[in-house]
Design a protein around this ligand. Structure first.
Ligand code: GTP
Ligand code: MG
Length: 413
């Protein structure tokens, strides 16, 4: 492990890049890595043999996998349990959002409706009807909804689980699939409890009781206890929704993790930081790939780079929800004027040049600033294409913007 990516090439520049990549990926916790340990091992193996081309092709494939691996999430539960609200929450769509009402593709023969994630095209949420409404035995139900296609199931319930649902949960496990149990409308339950016992009400205790009650349901039915999350679709950052996000990310295979992380809503600072870390790894992989193949250091900045960087920045703004469209939605939901939101963030102005200045010159200026702020990394001999430094700069800017917007709008949504 300690040798990861090191001791590889007789080319000094590559050696530097390799050992930097080594150090970088070693620091990343296993549960947030976007490539598998085997992939890292394979890259290391190629490099040890001096097989630059081989290492490059492994990284290339890993990046392709990250971009293209489909993620399919099945959401099932009885009518009114909060499936649609939960799906919208996972898609980062508020109830007032225009897209929220938009119905996905309904397959009547399959009884399922698909909702593509608005930003991550490879991620699809499937709205499945409650098993109780279909009259199918669990195995038939699972066949009909094409259970093999999903990465995992989420069983949503706002009340106690029915016998049908418990049987379905058993059948899901029997089919070697994973499921999570999500208990919605926790806010309603707490409110009711508070109204019925105004003097003795204790929030933490009530939540604990709800959890125990769910646990007991599974044990009384001789079932393994699944992971249980008490959530409110109306107050996502309260209760267990953030823990649910962490858990889904931890459990999903490495190559799907990047897109899953990027897909989740910016409801906490931690969620935003996680997106940043994921995107950082992605940029490192791209840089590593480019660095391995490059033979001459790149001086200056070519027009192609500038265009690509512009695209990257816009892409990051969309992914981090700080693009113009997202600002409009946020303004509407939080009732903060859009101009005010635009004023407190930085990314919309990153590409604004001064009079005679070209974008390329502006980028070089950023580069100098960035290098001096980061201890002169550029001068350290680390062979890294300059465009990647700018990508990191853009990434950090949109990350900070997302946090600023979260702070500004949090109390108002
Ligand atoms: N207070 C509160 N209300 C919720 C929550 N989740 C959903 N609701 C409300 O419950 C109602 C039903 O929610 P939906 O998301 O439409 O439920 P569904 O499971 O999709 O229902 P069907 O499509 O009819 O099967 C709506 O009025 C939601 O606003 C929650 O966590 N808390
Ligand atoms: Mg619905």
């Amino acid at each position: 492990m300690g040798q990861l990516f090191s001791d590889t090439s007789n080319n000094e520049d590559n050696g530097d890049l390799v050992s930097s990549a080594n150090k970088y990926f070693l620091k990343i916790k296993a549960e947030t890595k976007i490539i598998s340990q085997e992939t890292i091992h394979l890259i290391e193996l190629h490099l040890k043999k001096g097989n630059i081309q081989g290492a490059n092709s492994v990284i290339n494939n890993a990046l392709k996998n990250i971009d293209n691996a489909p993620i399919n999430i099945a959401v099932t539960g009885e009518s009114g349990a909060g499936k649609s609200s939960f799906i919208n929450a996972l898609r980062g769509i508020g109830p007032e959002d225009q897209n929220a009402a938009e119905v996905g593709v309904t397959e009547t023969t399959m009884m399922r409706t698909s909702y593509q994630h608005p930003k991550i095209e490879t991620l699809v949420l499937w709205d499945l009807p409650g098993i109780g409404t279909t009259n199918f035995p669990p195995k038939d139900y699972l066949e009909k909804v094409k259970f093999q296609e999903y990465d995992f199931f989420i069983i949503v319930s706002a009340t106690r689980l029915t016998k049908h649902e418990l049987d379905l949960a058993k059948a899901i496990r029997f089919m070697k699939k994973n499921y999570y149990f999500v208990r919605t409308k926790v806010d309603n339950d707490l409110q009711n409890e508070m109204e019925s016992k105004p003097r003795s009400f204790n929030k933490a205790e009530t939540l604990q009781q709800m959890r125990s009650y769910s646990v007991n349901t599974f044990t009384q039915n001789n079932m393994d206890i699944p992971q249980i999350f008490l959530i409110s679709n109306r107050h996502l950052s309260d209760y267990d929704f953030p823990v649910l996000m962490d858990t889904l990310i931890k459990d999903i295979p490495n190559q799907k993790r990047h897109n899953l992380m990027l897909s989740l809503p910016n409801i906490t600072k931690a969620a935003i930081d996680r997106k940043n870390k994921s995107m950082q790894q992605y940029i490192w992989l791209e840089a590593f790939k480019a660095g391995l193949l490059a033979t001459v250091p790149v001086v200056g900045m070519i027009r192609d780079d500038v265009e690509k960087l512009k695209e990257k920045l816009n892409h990051y703004r969309v992914l981090f929800g700080v693009d113009d469209e997202s600002l409009q939605v946020m303004a509407k939901e939080s009732q903060v004027p859009v101009e005010q939101l635009r004023k407190i963030i930085k990314s919309p102005y990153l590409l604004e040049t001064e009079k005679e200045e070209t974008l390329g010159e502006l980028f070089l200026k950023y580069l100098e600033k960035f290098a001096s702020a980061n201890g002169g990394l550029l001068a350290s001999g680390l062979y890294f294409r300059k465009t990647f430094y700018l990508q990191f700069l853009f990434l950090d800017t949109v990350t900070e913007d997302a946090k600023v917007l979260l702070r500004e709008t949090y109390s108002k949504i």
